[in-house]
Design a protein around this ligand. Structure first.
Ligand SMILES: Nc1ncnc2c1ncn2[C@@H]1O[C@H](COP(=O)(O)OP(=O)(O)OP(=O)(O)O)[C@@H](O)[C@H]1O
Ligand SMILES: [Mg+2]
Length: 242
């Protein structure tokens, strides 16, 4: 059994139109699992389903064998699953510190120490703790979104396009941070547009297409597969310049 399991998940935004048609994704403690696939494949919908934000019609989602299917978002968070959405993942008019305070609402008592720890872990946020989040750069905002998610000391971290809009250097830093978080014993499931870099980072990866599992394997195996490269990775062949 993996720490995080989504099994045969059928889910969607209206009862007559299921976007996910039976998707299975698992992630173990310390593992980074990437989900890649074309636009509209259902990658974000899968994370939202796990976070309790999309209705799951069939299938089961669990953490450590405990079913979280159908729980409200705050109960999913309390169960140890943190979710960083693709967009609008910080409160722009509030300060960096206030954002972290809200992130810690599930466990207000432990929250002050965690805020201090977060500001130490991400020094750039420490420098801007009293500034409104709207004054952050794109990369700093993504770091803040991640720091907010870490406020609940999650066991599972769901990240939707954490490197979106970041410079190559900032994206590399972001990936290093994600690896550190996983090494701390968190199961990370991330969706990435930047598929080659995601496969490079991930221990395992799933390709979703049209709401279904297409292929799964180690990041290295998928990146080396000529068919996968042609169909899902922009057609580059092994040995081509990235
Ligand atoms: N809030 C919503 N209401 C209705 N349909 C939605 C909603 N969000 C997404 N969809 C539909 O669900 C399908 C899958 O969308 P989803 O956002 O999961 O794709 P994705 O794989 O994350 O794509 P992208 O790579 O573009 O982010 C799309 O057809 C989309 O139009
Ligand atoms: Mg998406």
């Amino acid at each position: 059994m993996s720490l995080f399991e989504a099994r045969d998940v059928v889910a969607g935004y209206s009862p007559t139109d299921m976007i996910l048609k039976g998707v299975t994704v698992t992630a173990a403690v310390g593992e980074i699992v990437a989900i890649i696939g074309p636009n509209g494949a259902g990658k974000s919908t899968l994370l939202k389903s796990a976070a309790g934000q999309v209705h799951v019609a069939k299938g089961d989602i669990s953490i450590d064998g405990r079913k979280i299917t159908g729980l409200r978002p705050r109960d999913v968070a309390a169960a140890g699953v943190a979710y960083v959405p693709q967009e609008q993942n910080v409160f722009t008019t509030m300060t960096v510190r206030e954002n972290l305070e809200i992130g810690g609402y599930v466990d207000a008592a432990g929250s002050r120490d965690r805020i201090d720890a977060a500001l130490r872990r991400f020094p750039v946020l420490g420098e801007k703790a009293r500034d409104a989040a709207r004054t952050l750069s794109g990369g700093q905002r993504q770091l803040l979104a991640m720091a907010i998610a870490m406020m609940v000391a999650p066991r599972v971290l769901l990240l939707d396009e954490p490197s979106a809009g970041l410079s190559p250097v900032a994206a590399r830093d972001m990936f290093a941070t994600i690896r550190e978080i996983a090494d701390g014993g968190v199961a990370v499931v991330l969706v990435e547009q930047n598929a080659l870099d995601a496969l490079d980072l991930a221990d395992r990866a799933y390709i979703l297409a049209a709401g279904q599992n297409h292929t799964e394997g180690t990041g290295a195996d998928l990146a080396a597969d000529p068919d996968i490269r042609r169909t899902f990775l922009g057609g580059r062949q092994t040995g081509d310049q990235r």
